[in-house]
Write a protein that binds this ligand. Structure first.
Ligand code: MG
Length: 218
């Protein structure tokens, strides 16, 4: 099992409906296509844009900046300041160039480093945290993000269904190189779905998106 998480024709239909009209992202989108950079899908992008208009976050934290595409989408769709963490130096360089070109350099702060090291150094509270980095480390990222989440904060986790592989019950049928990620996602999803401090919904859009809201409890 290594497929789309919805029927191909349904995915294509939704993509046709979500035609882009915003020229300022076309250069980044062309780069993504040419270099196979894993960024948010069109349907995930639209979901996040709608969500931002509902939540109206003042501060957004992103784990996994890549070339700065999603951070730029967030800046474009909200009035928030975005702090984004990226491990790879080459990606940081590209993201800085892209964000400058698009004119969001005052709204987006890029922090270079491993999120596991960077997150404990942050002191501000964030209204929305977007996790889109190493999928096997989501449990650890979430633990480090908890103290950074504002009272009404939301955590969005991307690629949570990992090409449908999380639905495969027999781990031996999954490629060895991917087993640690699948196991990590199983644990993460089980934890956040069964938490008494958070309410989570898993959505079959893009590569799977989980939306988690703090509900109280200890
Ligand atoms: Mg992603």
């Amino acid at each position: 099992m290594d497929n789309l998480i919805v029927y191909k024709d349904v995915k294509e239909y939704i993509e046709e409906l979500t035609l882009e009209t915003d020229e300022k992202f076309s250069e980044m989108e062309a780069y993504v296509k040419e270099h196979y950079v894993p960024v948010i899908t069109k349907d995930t992008r639209r979901f996040l844009e709608v969500l931002l208009s509902i939540v109206n976050p003042k501060k957004i934290l992103e784990i996994g900046c890549a070339i700065g595409y999603s951070a730029s989408i967030f800046a474009n769709a909200s009035n928030a300041h975005i702090t984004t963490i990226e491990l790879e130096e080459e990606m940081v360089k590209l993201a800085k160039e892209n964000i400058k070109k698009i004119g969001f350099e005052d709204r987006i702060t890029i922090l270079h480093g491993d999120a596991v090291d960077v997150l404990p150094t942050l002191t501000e509270k964030y209204d929305l945290i977007f996790m889109d980095a190493a999928k096997g480390q989501y449990t650890e990222f979430f633990r480090l993000c908890e103290p950074l989440l504002s009272d009404n904060g939301i955590i969005i986790s991307d690629n949570i269904l990992f090409k449908g592989l999380v639905g495969e019950k027999n781990i031996s049928k999954i490629d060895r190189s991917r087993r640690a990620i699948v196991r990590g996602l199983w644990k993460y999803l089980s934890d956040i779905m069964n938490s008494d401090k958070y309410k989570t919904s898993v959505l079959s859009i893009g590569d799977g998106v989980a939306i988690t809201k703090k509900t109280g409890g200890n």
